[in-house]
Ligand binder design. Sequence first.
Ligand code: ADP
Ligand code: ADP
Length: 237
Amino acid sequence: MLSVENLVKTYRTGDKALNAVSFTAPKGQVVGLIGPSGAGKSTLIRCVNRLVEPTSGKVRLGDLDVTALPRGALRRARRRIGMIFQEYALIERLTVMENVLSGRLGYTSFWRSWLRRFPPADIENAFRLLDRVGLTEHADKRADALSGGQRQRVGIARALAQEPELLLVDEPTASLDPKTSRQIMRLIVEICDERGLPAIINIHDVALAQQFVARIIGLRAGAVVFDGPPDALDAAA
Ligand code: ADP
Ligand code: ADP
């Protein structure tokens, strides 16, 4: 479970990006984070994995107090948090399989030669993940030979390869056409349900969020202005 308590972020510029944001997300729940540009959505996602340091407040992941960790312990803690990005952030010259395996190493230090050292169990697991996201026959293709939807499927499999306890998903469909966007949203929500993974999805497209997630949190000027099921959002608007 993810728990965010009274999270505040004031940037050095004086911008108050988050103003006492609190919520919890139980296992398997996908939270759609919506709100106008500048509402604080990216800041919230970045504070959860401490790419941005919160000014005050707490983030807990299971029994782990993320906000209390010394900087030196962050790298290991981030292994428990899978990230999925708008522009996929794949290593273009590596194959699909290599990109998925790179999730086992973290994103910062990666060398092709390390791939040969992967134990068979990791490789079998990567094949299972590729099968789950529908890319088995593309395992040996280079990432830059894939369509946008396929690339995002690689991004999903790579995030899962690190066996995360939480998924942070930043505008996963912003570069995709409507049909592919729906397929990707469905896949993410199904996988979270299967694995009991909580997720936060920063999503611009409110209708898409409403169609696929069970819970929506609306941010405005750094504060939670809506928290509930998608059908309650229309009534609140
Ligand atoms: P959203 O993702 O909802 O568009 P952001 O989290 O990017 O919102 O931004 C929230 C507020 O914080 C905005 O006022 C933005 O200008 C400000 N902000 C974001 N990042 C920084 C930064 N690195 N330094 C200063 N202000 C920032
Ligand atoms: P995103 O696409 O994730 O919303 P932006 O394009 O808003 O990010 O911001 C790009 C970069 O500039 C980010 O690192 C963000 O933190 C930073 N940034 C955003 N708003 C401000 C701001 N008002 N002052 C300083 N830096 C900012």
